[in-house]
Ligand binder design. Structure first.
Ligand SMILES: Nc1ncnc2c1ncn2[C@@H]1O[C@H](COP(=O)(O)OP(=O)(O)OP(=O)(O)O)[C@@H](O)[C@H]1O
Ligand SMILES: [Mg+2]
Length: 214
């Protein structure tokens, strides 16, 4: 077992008093993948937002290991379409740091991820000029180009064809082999089965964790 990077204990969450999650407990170790599954509205995105610190729990605690860097791919990303960004610029954002220009490593990482996700020929296109799958690949590239210890991805492969899906899973597996933790939400059983563990949310009251068959 690797070091624990995320610890969720007795977490409850409510939107305007309406319960969404109750008594969720989860431990995520370095170099492992966790798939979060469940029906529409069961709270997957909410749980991922809690893991990333975008939302605070009403009860219980979410702890990230000190110093851990976290990259988040949200499910809803429509706001970014209003910006006049090209694909290449959108991916580069993943390497932005305050008061620092992108260096050679940053540019190399951007080039590599764009090749791996078949984005090179789209580099100068604006986000709003892309197909759904091309746009999703761009946003995945922006998340995966980040140097992070924890990658939290909300339904990353939902709009993707089989080839692109495989590419994303290959990249995630590489990040995990390099020691990162990956948590992703998915509706697809085959997709979820690729994770080391599955957390199935069953609405506000119950959830189960299973180890993937080996
Ligand atoms: N900002 C919000 N304000 C109020 N209720 C919300 C808000 N966001 C989500 N909800 C509600 O919280 C519940 C959980 O939503 P969440 O988006 O976490 O589900 P999900 O499992 O990610 O669903 P999906 O599979 O559709 O992505 C749903 O009942 C939803 O209607
Ligand atoms: Mg969701």
């Amino acid at each position: 077992m690797g070091a624990e990077v995320l610890t969720v204990e007795h977490v409850a969450f409510r939107y305007a008093g309406i319960p969404v999650l109750r008594d969720v407990n989860l431990r995520v170790e370095a170099a492992t993948t966790v798939a979060v599954t469940g029906a529409n509205g069961s709270g997957k995105s909410t749980l991922l937002h809690l893991l990333a610190g975008v939302e605070e729990p009403a009860e219980g605690s979410v702890r990230r290991r000190a110093g851990c860097r976290l990259a988040l791919l949200p499910q809803r990303t429509s706001g970014i379409d209003a910006l006049p960004l090209t694909v290449a610029e959108c991916v580069q954002i993943g390497r932005f740091r305050p008061r620092r220009r992108l260096n050679r490593d940053d540019h190399a990482a951007v080039s590599t991820i764009m090749e791996r996700l078949d984005l090179v020929h789209l580099a100068r296109r604006r986000l709003r000029e892309l197909s759904g799958g091309q746009r999703q690949r761009t946003l995945i590239a922006q998340a995966l180009v980040q140097v992070a210890d924890i990658y939290v991805l909300d339904e990353p492969t939902v709009a993707l064809d089989a080839t692109s899906r495989q590419r994303v899973h290959d990249l995630l597996a590489e990040r995990v082999r390099a020691g990162a933790a990956v948590v992703y939400a998915s509706h697809d059983d085959a997709d979820a089965a690729l994770a080391d563990r599955t957390v199935r949310l069953a609405g506000a009251v119950e959830y189960t964790i299973t180890d993937a068959p080996v």
